[in-house]
Ligand binder design. Sequence first.
Ligand code: ATR
Length: 280
Amino acid sequence: MLRPNSTPVPKAAVMGWPVAHSLSPRLHGFWLQKHGIPGTYEAIGIEPQNLEAALRTLPGQGFRGVNLTVPLKEIALNIVDDLDAAAQRIGAVNLVIVGADGKLEGRNTDAYGFAQNLLAANVLPGGKALVLGAGGAARAVLAALTDMGFDDVVVTNRTPERAQKLARDFSVPAIDWADAAAAMVDVSLLVNATSLGMKGQPPLEITLDALPQSATVTDIVYVPLETGLLRAARQRGLKTVDGLGMLLHQARPAFAAFFGGDPEVTEELRHFILEGKKDT
Ligand code: ATR
């Protein structure tokens, strides 16, 4: 049926491989309904070798843009026409915006999401932050912490060469993985940016005994919502911030770019997303 005026319904999607478990359609769908916006947001499975062709068809299909998830974020760097500063710095694209001229701009909102999640929990810059991990997620975390104004950030990783590379790129010191537990003695923010503790992965086995009582512990892993690390921190009486908020907050600028508006992260949204997560 033709719509009364010919303004096309804005379209967006998440691309990944696999993509079936992505929470993004549920998340954007919630906001579309909440704001009464007649847009669509779908999940599209794209194998890495097909990403370029898939992205190039977006303008002709009326897409405003797409989110990218594993394993496409790094591959997109060499496909898009422009990169924003965050995507360049982090070395990954989680948002592709289709310009009016059909050009594709690669952006990254993961660092924004991480920072906003901390700020929403009243975790403000100050003191030493210790980051565990040196993969793509750790790059976004380091970008966020330095942007927020943490001026004492230390990184550590099982594979020291990767920690050293990250340390060079972000001008922060790296320490040995074996020294991480002892280094917690004056840490105010501990971040797990490894995949350890995620459902199906080994636990993160690290003692928190040295952490001061004033420290906050946060995890980028959100399946399960309370990881072993967060549980151990909570049992010691430390403040904890779970990783779901990072996912929710990184989507806010994406939604604004696709559909307009300034969507909020609320308890209602968290509950709605957690309901959808039960069967994943
Ligand atoms: P992502 O892009 O999600 O960060 P990644 O690049 O595969 O994924 O990085 C995974 C992180 O988890 C890395 O820091 C990895 O450490 P290595 O660089 O040494 O591989 C860390 N990690 C994964 N399994 C680990 C394990 N069993 N012990 C310690 N660290 C582990």
